[in-house]
Design a protein around this ligand. Structure first.
Ligand SMILES: [Mn+2]
Length: 358
């Protein structure tokens, strides 16, 4: 074979490559179009019957030299790429996605601007037990210069026989303390029916890990004009977490704070495994502020400080931790709440390491 002949064959291959390229891209455009039509019809994107039909048709016309299995493999890859393209379009379309909205969302809670680039803190007892208990913690938190107070009034507990919280009475206590100390309160709501009443008492509605996929609750929280702190589910993937936030945003409420609180793994040294890399992933994928709950992710008092440092270092917009005047007698989470001395130490150490602006 002369060099000239080889050059000619190669240039023909180049031409065919470009033809294939333009055909593959043309096909991709059609697939995107189909994706859009399916989305308006609410039809699931992957259709195995249709895919089988396409493969059969291709095989029927395959005269070689490629074997059927090779052809099937090549076309399956093309199909897969098309489906992924539709998925990307879907992700781009999410209201909470960074692609849709490149700027950071800042959630303003009574003047505390979560997502503004500074680290913010939320402290308070696991559960509201009494006015005195909440007020004692509030005074300590306020004294350190923090404004966001947490406390559970409705407690979704693993066992039905465990303390279930004070309910509405607990919300009233929180509101009274918040007014007296000029603080803002965050508390969990577990039922869509309670949202309307709760917004009178709360500054931030928390949706807890066990309710991350309670879609009716998400929709109800999305329908009110009040910031929502959404915790990641115990076994939720990041994609599921983002979609749960989308349920809130889709109803018109974009004031959403995401909170990583640890996920269930086989590791037993901590209560849950803090998925620290979820923080930068959520910051990249969404425009929402991201907090880390160091209490529930670790379940260990001795790990609160190092995990808080890690959260701040990795770019979290805030850290949440539980503080109780006397954790030994707390009605819930007694093993992991800080007492007031430990809280003092926790904040001082963060300040000493320049993790908190003094
Ligand atoms: Mn707790």
């Amino acid at each position: 074979m002369s060099n000239n002949e080889l050059d000619q064959l190669r240039s023909r291959v180049d031409e065919l490559n470009l033809e294939l390229l333009s055909l593959i891209n043309e096909r991709a455009q059609l697939v995107q179009e189909i994706g859009r039509v399916k989305e308006t019809q609410g039809v699931y994107r992957y259709d195995p019957v249709r895919e089988r039909h396409m493969l059969d048709l291709i095989k029927e016309h395959n005269d070689g030299p490629f074997q059927q299995s090779t052809i099937q493999h090549i076309f399956k890859e093309i199909f897969k790429a098309g489906l992924e393209l539709q998925k990307d379009d879907h992700r781009k379309a999410l209201l909470v996605s960074r692609k849709k909205h490149p700027e950071d969302t800042i959630v303003d809670v009574k003047g505390v601007k979560i997502g503004d680039g500074n680290t913010h803190f939320v402290f308070g007892p696991c559960a509201v037990e009494s006015y005195e208990q909440v007020a004692t913690v509030a005074a300590a938190v306020k004294e350190k210069g923090f404004k966001l107070l947490r406390g559970g009034a409705f407690k979704p507990r693993t066992s039905p026989y465990d303390f279930q919280g004070l309910g509405l009475e607990g919300l009233k206590i929180l509101k009274r303390v918040a007014d007296e100390y000029d603080m803002a309160v965050i508390s969990e709501i577990v039922s869509a029916n309670d949202i309307e009443q709760a917004v009178e008492y709360l500054d931030v509605i928390q949706i807890g890990a066990r309710n991350m996929q309670n879609f009716e609750l998400l929709k109800a929280a999305g329908a009110v004009n009040k910031p929502v702190l959404l915790k990641r589910g115990l076994s939720a993937t990041i994609e599921e977490f983002i979609n749960a936030a989308e349920y809130i945003a889709a109803q018109g409420n974009g004031q959403i704070i995401l909170c990583e609180r640890g996920i269930r793994t086989y590791e037993k040294a901590t209560r849950n495994t803090l998925d620290i890399s979820a923080v930068p992933i959520l910051k990249q994928e969404t425009h929402l502020p991201v907090m880390v709950d160091v209490t529930h992710s670790t379940g260990r008092r001795d790990l609160l400080l190092p995990t808080a440092k890690a959260a701040i270092a990795i770019g979290a917009d805030g850290v949440m931790a539980e503080v109780h005047p006397d954790p030994a007698v707390a009605l819930s989470d007694s093993a992991q709440q800080m007492d007031l001395n430990q809280f003092d130490d926790f904040v001082n150490q963060l300040k000493a390491a320049s993790f908190v602006r003094a």
